[in-house]
Structures are given as structure tokens and as C-alpha cells.
Ligand binder design. Structure first.
Ligand SMILES: N[C@@H]1[C@@H](O)[C@H](O)[C@@H](COP(=O)(O)O)O[C@@H]1O
Length: 243
């Protein structure tokens, strides 16, 4: 595990964006595993800026997203399809048919999960997976559990996740209770993994996940075992672990 320290959110975003743009420059047809939430927003803004300056080209790139809420229409501004288009895809030159996100509207959930894992496999797996971290140590929507999950599956969101994500919805009652998420096995099979964490409210999760035992109770802790894992975190997120 490599730790890259950043002064604040903006610096964290630039450092992580550098890793992603290097990946795209070195392998233009790479498969990027992408994440939602507030943590990666600064990265997407930085990559858009470099794209506009002609420094990075996404025309051959592929993307697979980690997760999607169950039941939300893709036109809903809370769906992760909407998030990705609004915050990233519509501002760069990635091809629409090169971007993949689980379909939370498919009523045959088992078939959708199987289809999504086959999709990832057919692309040859993920070259670089970008992650945020939930306050309870979740990655994607892999919540604390007694076992590490394998492939894409449907989860019931933890109360703390519903509480944390309500800020994006009109009320807590509007937060979907279920989501489709890539499994831990999908995530750790990525060739490189980059997790970004910013702010004091991630300090506990960072301490437990990367400085405690590897346990499915803290899903991100499995990344300690990944051969090419980089944590890019700011001072606040690292305050419990680094002087
Ligand atoms: N499914 C997403 C995760 O992928 C994300 O890492 C987490 C943290 O979000 P934020 O970056 O907004 O703190 O939120 C959601 O639960």
C-alpha cells in the first residue's frame, strides 16, 4: 500500500487525477473503474480541465461504474447515470457506448448482476479502479458484512449510508434502500486501485480500513492486500494515523 498525502481536497484531487491521466496516456484504451460521491468530483473537474487543454484524450477509453441505486430512473438527478454524465462524461470525449453502469431499473436483479460481471470480463477487466470510502468503511456499496462479497450483487444499504447520502435527496425517505454494486472480488481484481479520502469525517474509516485488521466488517480493509493500491488522502482524513 502506498500513501500519498495531500494538503487538502483540491491537492488530493489533483494528485489522484494525475494518476488517472497517466493511466489514460500510457494505455489509451484502458478500462477505468469509476466512482460517485463527493470525493471524486474534484478529480473529474481536473480531468475535464486537462481534456479541454488537450492534455488527455478519452476517445479510446472505457469506463465501468461501481454501483447504482435500485429503482431510480436514469433521468432522476440522483441516479449515478445522471451523476456521471452531468459531472464527467458529457464534458469529455468518452464514447457513450464505452461507458457502463449497472441498470438499477432491471427488475430481474440476478440477471442484471450476472450481465454486469460479464460486461466487465468482456472488457478484459479493470485497469484502474477509483474509489471513495464510506464512513463505515464501505467501498462501492459493499457494506460491512461477515464475508467479503464476490461479484456484482444487490445490497440493502446500512442506516449510516442512508443517513450520509440523504444530503443528495429532498428527504431521507427518498433515499433508495437498495443498490446494485460491484463485489469486493470485482474491485480487487483491478490491476491498480486508487482510493481518495478527504476530511475529518473520513479519519475513522481511514484508520480502521488501512491501519487495522483486514476484515469484512470494514470492507475497504481488503485493499491492504492489493499489490498495487494507492491511498490518496488529505491531512484531515489522515489525522488519526499520521503525525
Ligand atoms: N456508493 C458511494 C461510494 O462509492 C462512495 O465512496 C461513498 C462516499 O461518498 P462521499 O465521497 O460523498 O463521501 O458514497 C456512496 O455510498
Amino acid at each position: 500500500m502506498k500513501i500519498i498525502r495531500a494538503k487538502d481536497y483540491d491537492q488530493m484531487s489533483r494528485k489522484a487525477a494525475n494518476i488517472i491521466s497517466a493511466q489514460v496516456i500510457m494505455k489509451p484504451d484502458c478500462v477505468l473503474g469509476l466512482a460517485t460521491g463527493s470525493s471524486p468530483l474534484g478529480i473529474y473537474r481536473q480531468l475535464i480541465d486537462w481534456y479541454n487543454k488537450g492534455d488527455v484524450d478519452f476517445s479510446e477509453c472505457y469506463s465501468v461504474n461501481l454501483d447504482e441505486y435500485v429503482g431510480l430512473d436514469i433521468t432522476s438527478d440522483q441516479s449515478y447515470v445522471y451523476f456521471m454524465h452531468h459531472n464527467f462524461f458529457d464534458s469529455i470525449n468518452i464514447r457513450a457506448d464505452h461507458t457502463f453502469i449497472p441498470n438499477g431499473k432491471n427488475t430481474d436483479i440476478a440477471a442484471e448482476c450476472e450481465r454486469y460481471d460479464k460486461q466487465i470480463a468482456s472488457l478484459g477487466g479493470i485497469d484502474l479502479q477509483l474509489l471513495g470510502i464510506g464512513r463505515n468503511g464501505h467501498i462501492g456499496f459493499n457494506e460491512p458484512d461477515r464475508v467479503f462479497t464476490k461479484g456484482t450483487h444487490c445490497v440493502s444499504l446500512a442506516e449510516s449510508t442512508i443517513e450520509a447520502n440523504k444530503r443528495f435527496f429532498d428527504s431521507i425517505d427518498d433515499v433508495p434502500r437498495q443498490a446494485l454494486t460491484m463485489g469486493i472480488c470485482d474491485i480487487i481484481q483491478a490491476k491498480k486501485v486508487v482510493l481518495v479520502a478527504s476530511g475529518e469525517d473520513k479519519a475513522d474509516a481511514v484508520q480502521k480500513a488501512f491501519f487495522g485488521p483486514v476484515t469484512p466488517e470494514v470492507p475497504a480493509s481488503i485493499l491492504q492486500l492489493h499489490p498495487n493500491f494507492t491511498l490518496v488522502a488529505d491531512e484531515e482524513a489522515l489525522k488519526k494515523v499520521l503525525a
